[in-house]
Design a protein around this ligand. Sequence first.
Ligand SMILES: [Zn+2]
Length: 405
Amino acid sequence: MHDHRKLGRELGLFDTDPLIGAGLPYWLPAGAIVRHSLEEYIRTVERQAGYQHVYSPVLGKRELYEISGHWAHYRDDMYPAMDLGGEQMVLRPSLCPHHALMYRARSHSYRELPLRMAELGAMYRSELSGVLGGLTRVRCIQLNDAHIFCTLDQVAEEVAGALALIGSAYRAMGISTERYRLSLPGASGKYVAAPDMWQQASKILCEVLDRSGVPYEAVEGEAAFYGPKIDVQVSDHAGRESTLSTIQVDFYQPEQFDLSYTGADGAKHRPVMVHRSIIGSVERAVAHLIEQHGGAFPAWLAPLQVAVLPIHEAERSAAIDLRDRCLAAGLRVQLIDAEAGSLAARVRETRLVPYQLILGPAETSNGEVAVRLRDGRRLPAQPMHAAVARIRALIESRDTRLWSE
Ligand SMILES: [Zn+2]
């Protein structure tokens, strides 16, 4: 495994500036492409799974977090309140309270449930500067978040659905997990007191995990303050473990916010909230992708997907034609001319680019191209349009294989 901080700088993915502050990285163009591709993927699979996307503000009044329980149980990790004309405003430590209010703002029938509300939004954590570095410990987090408001009967299926989304996302990203953890409350006072609620929520998570067949271990003292959770753990280059994805079952916040839906019996009932994140924070997910792949991202995530390399100056116009075909196919492509160096040097320089399309005199006269893959494989010359169509299909299907017939 590689250190994502070192590679992030070398590959022009992200950086920091002391004047912006520690723990507040900015994304350079290549990193912004990786992030954008990841966000686009998440929005697509969530839409297909019946989620509706929303946007909500990154701050709220202190009272909001008093109701949600964050102020009492989570304040050490929150930014101090800002005084704004006599009102205390807080940078949000999570998105849940906003989503709970958005749910509450309209009346809901049981027919609308499960109601799946998703947002890729910012939240803030007052990490001490000593532990900051790179993308893994940041003070402003872009979270791939969602809250599912549902009946008690629907909880298990929603948790299983979220677990399946996590599994397919990890396959598409080509990343491996360290372990699945069932995070239960510990003895400390940071958890809300409601023994029945904890027991019921833990039992549901346990049953879903057992049915799914993934190996997991139960660990006490790692739950959220309002409920138990499934955590998907990954390890960094130094072997430090952290949580990427998470699924939580919450009976507490629906109570705190007095959430309800109208049942088939015409009476008001309390929904359950399932909090879930498929890839966790965008920062941590990208850090893990960098470390796992050493910068050689799966093609659909690669900042540059195709390098067009004419062997001589004479193939330049064919190379421009090929580049334009790639652009028209929606591929991220760069033409690197013969004058930039020998072919070997240019191949070396673009070694992290999944596809190198090489044009010599023989290929050019036949309207063909020689395809070289990042892993060193050389494919026989093939028609330009066929090569471009094949690459496009592999990328669109988010295949982690570089080639398939
Ligand atoms: Zn939440």
